[in-house]
Design a protein around this ligand. Sequence first.
Ligand SMILES: CC(C)(COP(=O)(O)OP(=O)(O)OC[C@H]1O[C@@H](n2cnc3c(N)ncnc32)[C@H](O)[C@@H]1OP(=O)(O)O)[C@@H](O)C(=O)NCCC(=O)NCCS
Length: 202
Amino acid sequence: MSDGPTVGESTAGARMAGARMAGARSDSEAGVGDVRIGRHSAPAAGAFRDQVLALWPEVFGPVADEGDWRDRFWEQHRSRDDFRLVTAVSAGELLGFGWGYTGQRGQWWSDVVAEALGAGDADWVGGHFELVELAVRPAQQGRGLGGALHDALLDDLPHSRTLLQTDADARGAGHRLYRRRGWSVLGDLAPQKVVMGKHLRA
Ligand SMILES: CC(C)(COP(=O)(O)OP(=O)(O)OC[C@H]1O[C@@H](n2cnc3c(N)ncnc32)[C@H](O)[C@@H]1OP(=O)(O)O)[C@@H](O)C(=O)NCCC(=O)NCCS
């Protein structure tokens, strides 16, 4: 899958990108009808910022400070090495998204994970691909979009391993999805959370 077009940073740019993607062929492999799964490098991802922020509360709950989300959270992640955003778009509407980048020691989450895993699993952390977010609009869940986004996000990565944080509850949708796709629990994190890892190549 090739990266999406590089488009401007405006909301109008995002709408145009969405419209272009909606006109593309259906993703029959994922069995998601007319939904187009796209992947975007950091410059192109900028155009999706406002759509991602608009969808965020439906999936994860309210955003306390939208300015902080845009300027610190999103922009910091987008500036990291090998950042990539995946999107599920239908008729110009964003139905789901995911993103990740190369995680390094010295970054907050990497250091938390390194400490949680201890010396035994230290080799996992640093230079890994960090799967940061995966989200599908609630009304669209259960039809394969999450799996398709996951696969597009990890496709063609040069990294040898990938890490993520998810709910410890093995019945949770994310936890189940990851397990079915070859992830395993490496250790416990903050209350009710675990870190999962997956080897991407031998
Ligand atoms: C986790 C999440 C992204 C999964 O998205 P999704 O689009 O529902 O994922 P999928 O449809 O690909 O798979 C979910 C389940 O639906 C099933 N499914 C897939 N296609 C289906 C279809 N056509 N009909 C019925 N069920 C289907 C899958 O088998 C899977 O079941 P399983 O979990 O028992 O294996 C979504 O639930 C979400 O956004 N949750 C909130 C945010 C979150 O928790 N993110 C992950 C943690 S970081």
